[in-house]
Design a protein around this ligand. Structure first.
Ligand SMILES: *[C@@H]1O[C@H](CO)[C@@H](O)[C@H](O)[C@H]1NC(C)=O
Ligand SMILES: *[C@@H]1O[C@H](CO)[C@@H](O)[C@H](O)[C@H]1NC(C)=O
Length: 273
């Protein structure tokens, strides 16, 4: 993405990119959630796309925050020099902070969505239900903060570094940015998926069960999953999630540039090609 976009522009690009990603990948996401909670999967689109609006708002808001905070931090790390290339650790640090910040907004939104998915009813009903015990609002926050931090690294920090490395070291094979996008997505997705999966499973189980009938606190939930299924229990739904993540990283990495270009062509005018 252009270094010339303002924070407001980064925000609207982030919101748009996040929403497009959801609309495309909702069925993967649905299947993953059901598998993690060991519930049956329906192929009915009306069921698969249940909660898609709140999912768009959730992903849109998180991505917006990640683009804005990530953008500002990258700027800061580069000391305002638009030509400075950030190292992998610098890129990762920006991703971690941007991602965990976004969980402040994303976690409560997602809680409403998962409850809606499980119980039906509109958002208003589910919010009232959750607020009967205000402490429920923070349910799943720690898991989500870690997950978003690693996910943001996976799509925001790793792909640019992988693309640059491939293009520098294998210039004949990877002569354009476009060709390096697939390996970048495979790696970014792998990183984001496998490191975050246990946290994501714990969080999904907790949020699906605010009555705490089966899953209690974060630690209790981890113990319960471990007792039920052992270590592999944390990797329930990982195949769906890896598939989704590679597609998601690819889409996000590509759209981050293309959507910015479409929405704000002026910002890219003085750029060659
Ligand atoms: C399923 O839960 C995840 C978090 O575990 C969430 O990001 C996602 O939006 C949910 N999927 C759907 C289809 O609602
Ligand atoms: C917007 O995002 C881009 C890409 O992350 C970044 O280089 C740029 O500095 C950001 N703009 C601001 C004002 O933070």
């Amino acid at each position: 993405m252009s270094k010339e976009l303002s924070s407001e522009q980064n925000a609207s690009v982030g919101m748009t990119v996040g929403m497009i990603e959801v609309l495309i990948l909702q069925p993967f996401n649905y299947a993953k959630n059901m598998t993690q909670q060991q519930r049956p999967i329906s192929l009915n689109p009306a069921v698969m796309y249940r909660g898609v609006a709140s999912n768009c708002i959730n992903m849109g808001s998180c991505t917006m925050l990640q683009f804005v905070v990530g953008g500002e931090l990258k700027n800061l790390a580069a000391g305002g020099d638009p030509n400075k290339i950030l190292s992998l650790p610098e890129e990762m640090a920006c991703g971690v902070v941007a991602g965990s910040t976004s969980a402040l907004v994303g976690s409560p939104l997602e809680l409403v969505m998962i409850q809606q998915q499980r119980k039906g009813g509109n958002a208003g009903v589910r919010i009232k239900d959750i607020l009967q015990k205000p402490v429920n609002v923070g349910r799943g926050f720690a898991g989500m903060a870690v997950r978003e931090a690693l996910w943001t690294c996976g799509y925001l920090s790793i792909p640019p570094v992988v693309r640059r490395t491939l293009m520098t070291n294998y210039p004949e094979t990877f002569d354009t940015n476009q060709k390096a996008r697939v390996p970048a997505a495979l790696l970014g997705g792998l990183f984001a998926c496998y490191l975050t999966q246990p946290f994501d499973t714990i969080k999904t189980c907790m949020q699906g069960d605010i009555e705490r009938e089966v899953y209690g606190t974060f630690t209790e939930t981890a113990k319960k999953i471990n007792a039920d299924s052992g270590f592999t229990g944390f990797y329930r739904g990982a195949t769906f999630r890896y598939g989704r993540m590679v597609c998601a990283v690819f889409i996000m990495d590509l759209m981050r540039e293309q959507i910015g270009r479409l929405m704000y062509p002026q910002a890219f005018e003085n750029e060659k090609k």
